[in-house]
Design a protein around this ligand. Sequence first.
Ligand code: GDP
Length: 405
Amino acid sequence: QKENIRCLTTIGHFGFECLPYQLVNRSIHQGFSFNILCVGETGIGKSTLINTLFNTNLKDKKSSHFYSNVGLKIQTYELQESKVQLKLTVVKTVGYGDQINKEASYQPVVDYIDAQFEAFLQEELRIKRSFFEYHDTRVHVCLYFISPTGHSLKSLDLLTMKSIDSKVNIIPLIAKADTISKNDLQKFKSKIMSELISNNIQIYQFPSDDETTVQANSGVLPFAVVGSIDEVKVGKRMVRGRHYPWGVLQVENENHCDFVKLRDMLLCTNMEDLKEQTHFYHYECYRCRKLQKMGFTDVGPDNQPVSFQEIYEAKRQEFYDQCQREEKQLKHRFMQRVKEKESTLKDAEKELQDKFEHLKRFQQEEIIKLEGERRKLEEEIIDFCKTKAASENVQAQLCANMRKD
Ligand code: GDP
């Protein structure tokens, strides 16, 4: 009887097994965004590699070696491959490693990464957030271009990578790998890895939770890459490569360089993981450091959990108390200065009063003295008039006597 029952296999998808399709459709509709930071010396092949990775010619002027400071060139492109749209932001260093003093070379890179985290944090803290339209510029991956010296990393490489390794997913690349022989390349790769480990520099750890990804991701770091968007004829095919007098280097041939591995790992296998690492690890660290600096924490001094609201209230009270204290101090200082000013003014007034009294006394004395002299003069005038009158009398008598004679 059992053998007679017909088994039907379903052709379409029903129920909640369709959920992944909803996500795929929505993501395709919304489009994707990806932000790459390229750090490396001028002319090391950053622009060429980006063009090769995205199979396009993102027209860009050649950089000069004569900048006095390191800068960053930020460009955003809208790319499309079949139905998938990608908003790609490429940030490239300009003038990196060209200055004699290399100490400040990495600071603009660090500042840029932090500024993007800060912008995102500010958007998160806004009352009216608009994440739907927000252009998230946080750096998802840093492609660090190492010069193909065949020796070791430069101190600038170590310094830069050390200062950004807790902020961004670093993928180290040996640039222009066609300029170094296969044997030297293997030795160079091991040397770079051992130097990164001995300097405790954290580079991006490719996911290891699924078998196929582990296989795809195994043991190629640092990627030895060659870039070119020129088409070269090999047999009957046209391939992207670099043509040399001794042969053709095919960019997409895995025996020639690691470009295909890099492209697969960056764009096909791990792009979402890079974005998740950026958001859940690097941004989370930045946010945590920033909020801790502002005095926020998850547990109180008694090791009991405290809410954001409680800390906010406590901070507000603390701030209010501090304002009150400062106001009191200011008032006290103001009153003190007023008192000081008052006492100096009083002193000046007293001095002026004393001077005035002194002058008044002096004037009165002068008046008395002059009055005495005036009286003396008047007496002298009276005496003189009396003497004059007497002498006139005598003269008149003399004249009369003379007339009588
Ligand atoms: P950027 O200043 O770092 O952006 O360097 P560019 O991408 O402008 O490249 C500078 C020069 O290096 C150009 O002439 C490129 O053709 C050349 N170049 C780029 N990639 C490679 C490579 O992988 N191998 C070799 N040999 N030359 C390359």
